[in-house]
Design a protein around this ligand. Structure first.
Ligand code: 13P
Length: 240
């Protein structure tokens, strides 16, 4: 099971102090062979975090990248090769917070292909808005996002899908279990070997309900991942 922490635009160097707690927990956790932890901090923390996590088997990822795999005159941007250079092994692409700021499926596709070329593993986010859900367009939206996002991607071995309904991010709302099972099944039917994570308001309170969904391969965790105790609690409760 994957437990991926997305810190979003939170945290400075002092936030790394809380990691020792997670490192210690992970080392001593009996089921740790079943657990893969990945932290995706802001880009400014990738390097120092990688150093802190050295030898811990906890990996580091970025939250986005530019679609151009070469260096170029793109002020303020960072590409996948630069992320890899400072220690990232993964990158989140297609997060709804970036889609809402104008990132298209086509652009996401370019980013995914560029990241894979640079040797990063991709956490590819998809999800419908509340309006799309109300209009019963969920499956159509997810289909489009996946189809265009993975266009010309021949090998999906290094891709994980994170299903994050936009209406559940940061709201405390989660989908009904039977809906989630169906949606994950739908995604997996399209791409046989893809792992599918769930993201959106995952916390120590709702994890028992979420973990009972047996086709989920893990969780993409926002707010709760910034709190070491909550993050550890989520992992512990997934296994008992
Ligand atoms: P929350 O867990 O804070 O709802 O955020 C989810 C998310 O967007 C992770 O990428």
């Amino acid at each position: 099971m994957y437990f991926i922490g997305n810190w979003k635009m939170f945290g400075g160097l002092n936030s790394l102090n809380s990691l020792h707690r997670v490192i210690k927990f992970y080392k001593g956790f009996k089921r740790n062979r079943l657990v893969k932890i990945i932290y995706c901090p802001p880009s400014t923390l990738i390097r120092p975090m990688s150093k802190k996590l050295k030898n811990s088997r906890i990996e580091v990822g970025a939250q986005n990248c530019h679609e151009n795999e070469n260096y170029g005159a793109f002020t303020g941007s960072i590409n996948s090769k630069m992320l890899k250079d400072v220690g990232a092994k993964h990158v989140i692409i297609g997060h709804s917070e970036n889609r809402q700021r104008g990132e298209s499926n086509k652009k996401i596709n370019n980013k995914i292909r560029s990241a894979l070329k640079s040797g990063l593993k991709v956490v590819f986010c998809i999800g419908e808005t509340s309006q799309e859900k109300r209009k019963k367009k969920t499956y159509q939206v997810l289909s489009n996002q996946i189809k265009t996002g993975l266009d010309k991607v021949k090998n999906t071995r290094n891709i994980i899908i994170a299903y994050e309904p936009v209406w559940s991010i940061g709201t405390g709302l989660i989908p009904k279990s039977n809906e989630l099972i169906k949606i994950i099944h739908f995604i997996k039917k399209k791409y046989k070997n893809l792992k599918v994570l769930y993201g959106g308001s995952v916390n120590p309170k709702n994890i028992r309900e979420l973990k009972s969904i047996n086709n989920i391969d893990g969780f993409l965790i926002g707010g709760a991942s910034q709190d070491a105790k909550k993050f550890i609690d989520i992992i512990k409760k997934t296994y008992n």
